[in-house]
Design a protein around this ligand. Structure first.
Ligand code: SF4
Ligand code: SF4
Ligand code: SF4
Length: 356
């Protein structure tokens, strides 16, 4: 009979895992106890470069999962508007399992005008200070001129006028969600088994088992999982486990009109994301990057990963998330050494007093 562990592989006692609490894990389902013929691991690739901020994903999630209006964070009027931003959701929470971040940036924006490659003189090299290190200054400035997304570099070096354009507003939009981590801190610390790894490799809370202890809340390095006010139990994205079991796409991905949210087998999504990143880079969007794609990161890679157009911090994401249980063995070792030392000191004190 297949026994499925609710804990992360590193804590399951499974000999195959070699107590790995972080790093790459080729098969999270098998490590969690599923037979080797389990379904492929699924996930999300969220391409923020095509998100238009329509919030259809947020609404679809609320509708499908019957989530109440979120009044847990900040002030809301009767229809749920913050009155401060187009972002009325604010952050992920027990009642908001998708959150579309609206990041308003004031920066120079010029339309990409036809131009000629600049001469790589000393001034241009100095002015192209934002250029990445691995490209020649002339190359990077040429590619920057082709993209409004590289507007800062563009405005700092305009060979025609020699000065920058007006400062304007740009929006970055990104639909955030639970990352369904390879090494999930929330799942590691759950004492009841309410959090478990599904056969699809996703991380799900069973509401009828959760006792509301809240241990998982500080264990999540992204601040995703949250206790519902007046209820006490925790809630988060299930990656639409109920729909996935029926062969349906998650509600949010189905509703997204631009395919910013792409659902599928994780390895296929990763290949698609790599290709998309290469395309954007070739078009001069040098600030594009993948977040959560790297299986060598602090959570062993995410099941839900992102293509971002700026630093993760700009989107409110931690730049270097680490599974909070990574250092448990070292901490227990230190605690054991400290306890042994205390016992040793006490014993020698007792023996010393008897001798005297
Ligand atoms: S993002 Fe947080 S809540 Fe989601 S699986 Fe990872 S640790 Fe758990
Ligand atoms: S996968 Fe389902 S539960 Fe998760 S954010 Fe999308 S709609 Fe909500
Ligand atoms: S992710 Fe898709 S559905 Fe959500 S706000 Fe962006 S474009 Fe709209």
């Amino acid at each position: 009979m297949t026994t499925v562990s609710s804990a992360s592989p590193g804590l399951s006692g499974d000999g195959r895992s070699k107590n790995r609490l972080y790093g790459p894990l080729p098969d999270v389902q098998e490590e969690a106890g599923y037979d080797s013929d389990h379904p492929a691991r699924v996930g999300f690739f969220t391409d923020t470069s095509v998100c238009i901020g329509c919030k259809a994903c947020e609404v679809a999630c609320k509708e499908w999962n019957l989530l109440p209006m979120d009044d847990a964070h900040g002030t809301r009027d009767v229809i749920g508007l913050s009155g401060m931003s187009y972002d009325n959701t604010g952050q992920l929470g027990a009642n908001s399992w998708r959150h579309v971040a609206f990041i308003e940036q004031s920066r120079s924006v010029d339309l990409p005008m036809p131009s000629f490659p600049p001469a790589p003189d000393a001034t241009s090299r100095q002015d192209a200070g934002n250029a990445p290190d691995d490209t020649a200054p002339g190359d990077s400035v040429t590619s920057a001129m082709t993209s409004v997304l590289n507007a800062e570099s563009l405005s700092q070096f305009d060979p025609q006028t020699g000065h920058s354009g007006d400062r304007e507003i740009r929006w970055l939009m990104s639909s955030d969600v639970c990352k369904h981590c390879t090494h999930a801190g929330c799942l590691d610390v759950c004492p009841t088994g309410a959090l478990f790894r599904t056969e699809f490799g996703t991380v799900v809370v069973q509401q009828d088992i959760c006792n509301g202890c809240g241990y998982c809340v500080p264990a999540c390095p992204y601040g995703v999982i949250d206790q519902r006010k007046g209820d006490g139990r925790v809630f988060k994205c299930t990656l639409c486990y109920d729909r996935t079991l029926d062969g349906l796409q998650p509600a949010c991905a189905t509703a997204c009109p631009t395919q910013s949210i792409q659902f599928g087998n994780l390895d296929e999504l990763q290949a698609r994301a790599d290709a998309r990143l290469a395309t954007l880079k070739s078009q001069g969007v040098q600030t594009a990057r993948l977040y959560g794609r790297d299986e060598d990161d602090g959570v062993g890679g995410a099941g839900a990963f992102f293509l971002l157009l700026d630093e993760p911090e700009v989107y409110g994401l931690p730049p270097d998330p680490v599974v909070t249980t990574r250092d448990l063995p070292a901490m227990w070792k230190s605690a054991g050494a400290a306890a042994a030392m205390i016992v040793g000191v006490a014993l020698s004190a007792v023996l010393g007093s008897r001798r005297s």
